[in-house]
Ligand binder design. Structure first.
Ligand SMILES: Nc1ncnc2c1ncn2[C@@H]1O[C@H](COP(=O)(O)OP(=O)(O)OP(=O)(O)O)[C@@H](O)[C@H]1O
Ligand SMILES: [Zn+2]
Length: 898
């Protein structure tokens, strides 16, 4: 549906488009701050993008026309036509050609173009039909009185003439370029009908065609309005906090502090440095609850400051803000063509000429043979001609894709194109990274110990915190905070050398000492041979080691909790027949612990993986089950994300690289969007299939009617424009939430509980300090207490009297570990897992303890746990006695099953 200027009609692919679109600014005719003039001294050179609403773009036939009209103009570099939203994006040199010049060029061909105003929301189709449609309709209606007053039949011809001008203009423009588009076909049909004396038919064709076009434009406008609403709300000017000076958005440098008052849209990505407020982030995350913000919370351009003053220090240029990147990706996605679409487009290229040739022979061959009933043959030829437009078929895919992508973006899932959407619909297995995806990535320190007597605790903490300050791993933040809570200040400036070993840990040189921090693998790397055992009174999951100058000098234990909704997301996937698998770089025991919190929902666990192992396993999953989805958060997941059929990157604050390289991005940390996206993908595939079937059936029906009874021209036109309209309207049902899937057997309360839990989780996550949940910050009854619903009880496991043995191995384990969970343990987890999170109340702690030691390797094959925690009423339901232990209460809350 798109093409670059001077390119053959075959469109550029998504990647190329993206690249073309990337270095460019926001929508709206070029400049918000400079009026589109000269372009002197602009950072981005002379090229600018102008967005045009072009009502005359009906189907892909007009794409070529638009390109032919614009590409010869001097100063136009690229033309992109987004058919579903009737948008034309022109990249041009404003000094050489102005937007109004471009509009004129399009309007000469009757395409009804206008420049989209900065801040408007896409195609503005008139609420009322154009005068042409009205006049044509009125005249046609009057002509129906012809049986009473025969001269009135001429009014039908007048109706055809009255409605024809826009159609004629476009047909002329197309014909001069030797293109056969719908306008040309309709004009020939109208002329033919008039020549045969079928004035009523001629009038009906014109009226039906123009009226349907108007209706379609209305529908498209509704669909398209969501797309540009993302970016266009960002104000073109901002106020500098220090001076009160008003400057253009694009002149705001990184590090500048801008003032955002209540009711204003945050103009830039940045960090709150002053004030506090609640911010509505629904435009980005799809979560429609206000998020409290105070220093040093992150805020994003395009979100709405609801009720207070905040000063924001910019962390990215306006054109690199998350929302700008997101917009470019959405735009590129809409232009990328899916496999189905490419197939349809290439078929339709032959369809039109073939049918026109057939129509010509139906008219000419009988004429040459001197057939009797020539009128009937001519009528048949005209019916064929009208049917030669594959309009509905061509629209069947892109409009559905467009609506589905839009729906996804609104719920906070950025999907990069129709192909990805179709792949999502076919997913059979989902692989999840653990840290930061299944879990929150907010570690708390359960124990920190000096090993041996070579260093003191304060020195160990100083080493660890200073080196970890340079790492962005979630564990690093927790360790730094822990040291600070013990009054040790990290001094990253003393770290002279720093290295990251993916999947292992980090290395740093500090005060002349060589220090390695990480898991068991890092010990091998540091050639530390020492093995010992440490008893610890905690329910630890991840164990870390510190090696200084070749000696093991410290060990620590950290734990991390599952995200709200993680268990439910996995159960939802299972209910759709999709298997879930955990792929983690973390230890076996950490994987086990997460599995227990999930109530044994994962079918397979793979731990201690290096990034390359994850890639291999994704390939393996694909081979075993079929199309695979991979959900991950960080940079080290990027190869696995790329290897999956659909790679989903987590999180708004996730790395820009992950967002740009993944196939889809979750803009919020709500993991329930994963099954929602898969469901949307499936719905989109069904919608497309239905659209294709309907448009093919309509053509077949008309042909059958013509052959079996008689050629009815208006019926053919109605079938053509009617199915076009039908396809558009049907596709638009994708914009709605499907029958808002009620929680299984649960009813409203569960849904409400879940929603509150999720929103509270999000709040604390987005609002609080980056590592609010880490050491010490977990005030009972505070932020975390609020969403206890599917989470662990507020009391720390360390307060319980279960003992865990930390194994300090003599040698690192080779290769990755596939956990074979004993069924007993899995079942045990069901009783307590999700709601208890290892809390003693549900009797899961003992499982954790054994898990942490080293799960017994039993004969069970790959784990496939049938009953899920608070899910299908597993443990909680069939043991009412547990209610007294505070387990099933929580369980009922998040289940829906009890
Ligand atoms: N900065 C660090 N400090 C301490 N240990 C680290 C650090 N970075 C990595 N490690 C160790 O290496 C292991 C693997 O890290 P990696 O980033 O591959 O996976 P992960 O983030 O723990 O888990 P997942 O793969 O589920 O995201 C961690 O579990 C941790 O033990
Ligand atoms: Zn058409």
């Amino acid at each position: 549906m798109t093409g670059g200027a001077g390119r053959p009609a075959g469109a550029p692919e998504a990647a190329e488009l993206e690249e073309r679109l990337l270095p460019l600014p926001s929508p709206g005719s070029g400049d918000a701050d400079g009026g589109g003039g000269g372009g002197g001294g602009r950072r981005r050179g002379k090229w600018e993008k102008t967005y045009l609403d072009v009502l005359g773009v009906c189907c892909s036939a007009e794409v070529a026309l638009v390109e032919r009209l614009l590409s010869p103009i001097d100063g136009v570099r690229a033309v992109t036509v987004v058919v579903p939203s009737r948008t034309v994006i022109v990249e041009h040199d404003p000094a050489a050609v102005s937007p109004s010049h471009i509009v004129k060029a399009l309007n000469k061909a009757g395409l009804e173009a206008s420049v989209r105003a900065y801040g408007s929301s896409g195609v503005v189709a008139g609420r009322w039909p154009s005068p042409y449609v009205l006049a044509s309709g009125a005249l046609l209606l009057a002509s129906f009185l012809a049986p009473l007053l025969p001269p009135l039949r001429w009014l039908a011809l007048a109706a055809a003439c009255a409605g024809a001008p826009p159609m004629l203009l476009r047909a002329f423009a197309a014909a001069t370029g030797l293109a056969l588009d719908i306008n040309v076909l309709m004009v020939v049909a109208v002329a033919g009908a008039a020549a045969l004396g079928d004035y009523a038919e001629a009038g009906a064709i014109v009226f039906l065609f123009t009226a349907a076009e108007w209706l379609e434009a209305l529908a498209c406008a509704k669909a398209g309005s969501g797309m540009s609403s993302l970016m266009s709300t960002i104000p073109p000017r901002v106020v500098l906090a220090a001076t009160g000076e008003v400057v253009g958005l694009r002149d705001v440098e990184v590090g500048a502090v801008v003032a955002v008052r209540a009711g204003e849209v945050v103009p830039v990505d940045g960090v709150v440095v002053d004030g506090q407020s609640e911010v509505d982030e629904s435009s980005l995350t799809g979560e429609s609850f206000p998020v409290p913000k105070q220093p040093p919370a992150e805020v994003w351009a395009g979100t709405m400051n609801l009720d207070g003053y905040i000063a924001v220090r910019t962390t990215a240029l306006a054109e690199n803000s998350t929302v700008a990147r997101m917009e470019r990706l959405v735009e590129a996605a809409q232009n990328s063509r899916s496999k189905t679409q490419r197939l349809i487009d290439s078929c339709s290229k032959y369809y039109t000429p073939a049918v026109v040739a057939l129509a010509a022979s139906v008219a000419l061959v009988p004429l040459l043979l001197g057939a009797q009933d020539m009128r009937r043959w001519f009528q048949l030829a005209l019916v064929l001609l009208v049917s030669a437009c594959p309009c509905a078929l061509v629209l069947s895919t892109p409009v559905a894709t467009f609506c589905a992508l839009l729906r996804a973006a609104r719920m906070g899932v950025l999907i990069k194109g129709g192909d990805i959407l179709e792949s999502l619909g076919g997913i059979r297995v989902a692989a999840f990274d653990k840290t930061g995806t299944i879990t929150k990535g907010e570690f708390s320190i359960d124990g920190f110990h000096v090993v041996g007597d070579m260093v003191e605790m304060s020195q160990l903490l100083y080493w660890v915190s200073s080196i970890e300050s340079k790492s962005s791993h979630p564990m690093a933040a927790a360790l730094v905070e822990y040291a600070q809570s013990k009054s040790i200040q990290p001094k990253p400036e003393n770290v002279t050398e720093f290295r990251i070993y993916p999947g292992e840990g980090i290395y740093g040189e500090i005060d002349g000492r060589h220090v390695y921090i990480g898991n068991r693998r890092i010990m091998a790397r540091s050639s530390c041979q020492k093995g010992s055992r440490i008893d610890d009174g905690v329910n630890a999951a991840s164990i870390g080691y510190v090696v200084g100058d070749g000696d093991l000098v410290g060990a620590f234990a950290l734990s991390d909790d599952c995200r709200t909704g993680a268990a439910e997301a996995i159960r939802e996937l299972r209910s759709m027949g999709i298997k879930s698998v955990m792929l983690t770089g973390d230890s076996r025991s950490a994987a086990m612990r997460a599995q227990e919190q999930l109530g044994g929902a994962m079918e397979e666990l793979h731990s201690e993986l290096l990034p390359a192992d994850k890639v291999g396993l994704v390939g393996d999953l694909k081979a075993r089950y079929g199309p695979a989805l991979m959900v991950g958060d960080g940079l080290n997941d990027a190869p696995a994300l790329a290897a999956a059929d659909v790679g989903v990157a987590m999180g708004l604050s996730g790395s820009a690289a992950a967002m740009e390289t993944s196939h889809a991005t979750l803009m919020s940390s709500d993991i329930l969007r994963v099954p929602a996206a898969v469901r949307l993908g499936r719905r989109a595939c069904r919608t497309i299939a239905a659209n294709v079937a309907a448009s093919v059936a309509a053509k077949a029906a008309v042909a059958a009617l013509a052959v079996a009874w008689r050629p009815v021209l208006w019926a053919a036109v109605l079938a053509d424009v009617g199915t076009c309209l039908l396809v558009v309207l049907h596709s638009m049902t994708l914009l709605r939430e499907p029958g808002t899937a009620a929680p299984r057997g649960g009813g409203k309360e569960d849904g409400a509980c879940r929603a509150t839990a999720r929103s509270l989780a999000m709040r604390s996550q987005l609002a609080g300090a980056p590592n609010a949940a880490a050491a010490g910050a977990r005030a009972p009854g505070g932020g975390t207490g609020g969403y206890r619903c599917c989470q662990k009880p507020a009391s720390r496991p360390s307060e319980q009297a279960h003992s865990v043995v930390i194994d300090i191995p003599a040698a690192p384990s080779a290769g990755h570990q596939e956990l074979k969970i004993p069924r007993a343990a899995a079942a045990n987890g069901n009783a307590g897992g999700c709601c208890g999170g290892g809390g003693g109340g549900c009797g899961a702690a003992s499982t954790v303890a054994s898990g942490a030691r080293a799960p017994r390797k039993e004969d069970s094959g790959r784990v496939s746990v049938k009953t899920a925690c608070c899910g299908n009423g597993g443990g909680a339901r069939d043991s009412p006695k547990k209610a007294g232990q505070g387990c099933s209460r929580d369980a009922r809350c998040c289940s829906g099953g009890t």
